[in-house]
Ligand binder design. Structure first.
Ligand SMILES: *Cc1c(COP(=O)(O)O)cnc(C)c1O
Length: 396
């Protein structure tokens, strides 16, 4: 008898040959500018720890205190017995931070998209979605059973064409876009998308996972960046990136958030986030409310590093944020580049990203800048990139 799973061996070999098989590294230290990765201490340009909060003393002490007071886990879903005072406090703070009426804290950003989209649209409805939206949006759209219409990336004219082409053929419509696109670091034209949707009575939703803590006043996010506070119907976010902890947030009008509390399946059927995590998130929001130093440092580091990379001759794509793609083209080259960065002395940790996360032929190394990097870290990073870039003939 043949092995039922022999096809997996074939598939894995195909991935390997195309340079698309992911090597999953194991981390042996807290997240910071330097980390132990697969047993080796390396300079870290790989995590979404934009503000260096992942190992911040204030977040850790808040988590420790909450662990003592509330114990390890809530042992219930939010809608039964898992809504802690801490959850409500975080939600109130997040709503105030984003200048909206209400917010709902869920287990992750991924969950937030699964929660919101099917709660608001269904079989008789339509979703207009950016071609490069995050996988969790794509899955949320599919779960909803609504008709999915993809418009070209950040292309407001194409979105308008799609809306007009489907006018009158649905009950409700929703337009969804990433705020900051996670692979290219470019920004959605939220102001123009908002105006377009207002004109046609379409529900607006933005996923700001990479914008929160990064853009807008004191890191208030992409909606604040465009000064559209309270005008986008739904703002989705994550507490797992710049905020340094874990969890997702759905923010908007109280009426809408109330409805999502009744209907969202990850909220109703999957247990609540722990008190320790929630308290750490609260501490992160408080830090941001108190000032913009970390956000300013992040941007200073971003400008410095990008300028250095451009001067060295690298193509860093259309990014307008700390996400810095180093465009390489072929996935095999990106893999080889990443391995060489890691294997040098000292090593540098930055992941190669290829198809299907990015289109074929657009493989890259994605460099993530953090406020945790010192000037010396950035200089060292530039030096290592230049050395490997020359060795592989990417720059001269
Ligand atoms: C990372 C990301 C998510 C997922 O957030 P998690 O909190 O890690 O689940 C969702 N949407 C976008 C746009 C992201 O970049």
């Amino acid at each position: 008898m043949t092995d039922k799973f022999s096809w997996i061996e074939d598939e894995l070999r195909t991935l390997q040959e195309a340079g698309l098989r992911t090597t999953i590294r194991t981390i042996g230290s807290a997240c910071g500018a330097w980390m132990v990765v697969d047993g080796k201490k390396v300079l870290n340009f790989c995590t979404n720890n934009y503000l260096g909060l992942a190992n911040h003393p204030r977040l850790k002490s808040a988590a420790q205190a909450a662990l003592e007071k509330w114990g390890a886990g809530p042992a219930a879903v939010r809608s039964i017995a898992g809504t802690l005072e801490l959850h409500r406090e975080l939600e109130t703070r997040l709503a105030a931070f984003k200048e909206v009426e209400d917010a709902l804290y869920v287990q992750s950003g991924f969950c937030a998209n699964q929660a919101v989209i099917p709660a608001l649209v269904g079989k008789e409805d339509i979703i207009f979605t950016d071609r490069l939206n995050h996988a969790s949006i794509i899955d949320g759209c599919r779960l909803s059973s609504a008709e999915i219409v993809v418009y070209e990336h950040c292309d407001v004219e194409d979105a308008e064409r799609a809306i007009k082409a489907h006018k009158g053929k649905y009950r409700r419509a929703m337009l969804i876009t990433d705020g900051v696109f996670s692979m290219d670091g470019d920004i959605a034209p939220l102001d123009r998308l908002h105006a377009l949707c207002e004109q046609h009575g379409i529900i607006t939703m933005v996923d700001d996972a990479h914008g929160e803590g990064v853009v807008g006043r004191s890191g208030r996010g992409i909606v604040d960046h465009f000064r559209l506070n309270g005008k986008f119907d739904l703002e989705i976010g994550t507490l797992s990136k710049a905020f340094g902890v874990v969890g997702g947030v759905i923010a908007g009008r109280k009426l809408v958030i109330d409805w999502i509390r009744q209907k969202a399946r990850p909220f109703l059927f999957s247990s609540a986030v722990t008190a320790a995590d929630t308290a750490a998130c609260l501490a992160a929001v408080e830090l941001l409310e108190q000032g913009s130093e970390l956000v300013d440092k992040l941007w200073e580091n971003t400008r410095y590093f990008k300028e250095g990379m451009r001067r060295a001759g690298f193509d860093t794509g259309p990014s307008a944020t700390p996400i810095t793609p180093v465009m390489l083209g072929e996935a095999s080259l990106a893999q080889q580049f990443s391995r060489k960065l890691f294997d040098g002395e000292p090593g540098l940790f930055a992941m190669p990203i290829g198809f299907p996360t990015v289109p074929q032929g657009k493989a890259r190394i994605r460099v993530m800048i953090s406020a945790a990097h010192s000037r010396e870290d950035l200089d060292l990073g530039l030096e290592i990139f230049a050395k490997v870039g020359k060795e592989l003939g990417v720059i001269s």
